[in-house]
Design a protein around this ligand. Structure first.
Ligand code: NAP
Ligand code: FE
Length: 364
């Protein structure tokens, strides 16, 4: 057996953790750039962070204009603000979009890159130190070294990464999700489910990433069928924990075919990230079952599901009516997917015909 393992983010989990452990933010610097979106003012997270910074005697500047699927222009705006304010650390607060924007800002604030070099890779391990506070339970971005940005040149979404993009601190409090709308709750849970499943279907999976993935799936199993009903505070905590474990999974393994395909649905049709994954996950797992992958069986067992049909019907009950996307568009997405770097990381790399079949059956 051979593998490497690193998870440098200190995770603080539990009710009121920002209030109780906010002094930890002192270790990051004197002046913060808080990177967030519009809703953060309403779920209580921003207030908790502002109070913690005030108690620590730390300054901050607020950048609250991050929109879903952040673009390079948004990151540039944040970098300018960070530099103008003399920020020496960054707090990413919100769903995956603000957290990813925060990582890119923290990196580009200390490494110059022309626009056409942003997705060229080769980032040095340097970034402003970060603390992340998720307000959705799905992306796991608080424990991954990836920032996913809209890539207009390639007409998709692409990750940038370096070891320094792991946040130093992650504060996880399910109370910020108590009033998360049902649609966002379902979509983000589907993202976490995808991370756990795709992580196990990755060529880069390790015994430890599988351990996190299977535990994440076991936690999600009893909650998934109830996502469209009322959720308790305990359910919210467990969704957040499962999402964090799934994030720790992909921090090691990366994402694979489902994310690679799903980015086209988001780029061209504006379909929410987690929903895009959920739409494609069932048929992708069915293919893996047909190919006899032991990992596919392990995924189903961890979810207490008998077969791919049971998995697909669970997903269908959560997804509701699927979008109408013309056949030729779906075939175009399948064609674009063939050379996608995430798909090449899959243990079983679908052929061009199989990618087309996944897209067509997912919208049949
Ligand atoms: P999001 O795009 O961050 O947020 C979606 C919507 O939910 C926004 O309108 C947001 O409002 C709102 N929202 C967030 N928290 C809320 C709360 N507590 N109550 C009410 N509304 C709330 O969605 P997401 O699914 O969390 O993140 C998706 C992004 O993460 C994608 O860009 C995806 O590519 C990326 N991602 C990253 C990783 C990684 O490892 N880095 C992994 C998976 C996905 P605001 O306007 O305030 O933001
Ligand atoms: Fe994701």
């Amino acid at each position: 057996m051979k593998f490497a393992y690193a998870m440098p983010t200190k995770v603080i989990f539990g009710r009121d953790c920002v209030k109780e452990q906010g002094a930890l933010l002192r270790t990051l610097g004197d002046s913060a750039l808080i990177v967030t979106g519009r809703s953060s003012a309403h779920n209580g997270a921003l207030r908790d962070v502002e109070e913690a910074l005030a108690a620590n005697g730390q300054d901050y500047t607020l950048f609250d204009r991050v929109t879903p699927n952040p673009a390079v222009a948004c990151v540039r705006e944040g970098v300018q603000l960070a530099k103008a304010a003399g920020a020496d650390f960054v707090i990413g607060l919100g769903g995956g979009s603000p957290m990813d924007a925060a990582k890119a800002i923290a990196t580009l604030a200390v490494q110059e890159r022309a626009d056409d070099e942003i997705f060229a890779g080769g980032y040095e391990d340097r970034a402003l130190p970060m603390a992340h506070i998720p307000t959705t339970a799905g992306t796991g971005s608080e424990v991954t070294p990836y920032a996913i940005l809209t890539n207009d040149a390639m007409q998709t979404k692409t990750s940038i990464t370096s070891y320094a993009m792991f946040p130093r601190l992650a504060f996880l409090d399910g109370k910020y999700m108590l009033f998360l709308p049902q649609e966002s709750t379902v979509n983000t849970a589907l993202d976490a489910l995808s991370h756990a499943a795709e992580g196990m279907l990755s060529r880069n999976a390790t015994p430890l990433s599988d351990l996190y993935a299977e535990e994440s799936l076991r936690i999600l199993a009893p909650i998934l069928p109830r996502l469209r009903g009322a959720l308790s505070a305990d359910d919210r905590d467990m969704l957040l924990y499962a999402s964090c474990l799934a994030g720790m999974t992909i921090a090691q393994s990366g994402t694979t075919a489902v994310h690679g395909m799903g980015y086209y649905l988001t780029y061209f049709y504006g379909i929410d990230h987690g929903r895009a994954n959920g739409l494609l996950l069932g048929e992708t797992l069915r293919l893996c079952c047909e190919k006899g992958l032991a990992q596919a069986d392990r995924i189903l067992r961890a979810l207490h599901l008998a077969d791919a049909d049971a998995f697909c019907s669970l997903l269908s009950s959560l997804l509701g009516r699927r979008e109408d996307i013309p056949r030729e568009r779906l075939l175009d997405f399948a064609g674009r997917s063939v050379s996608n770097k995430n798909i090449k990381k899959s243990i079983y790399e679908p052929t061009a015909e199989e990618l087309a079949r996944i897209f067509l059956r997912s919208f049949a």
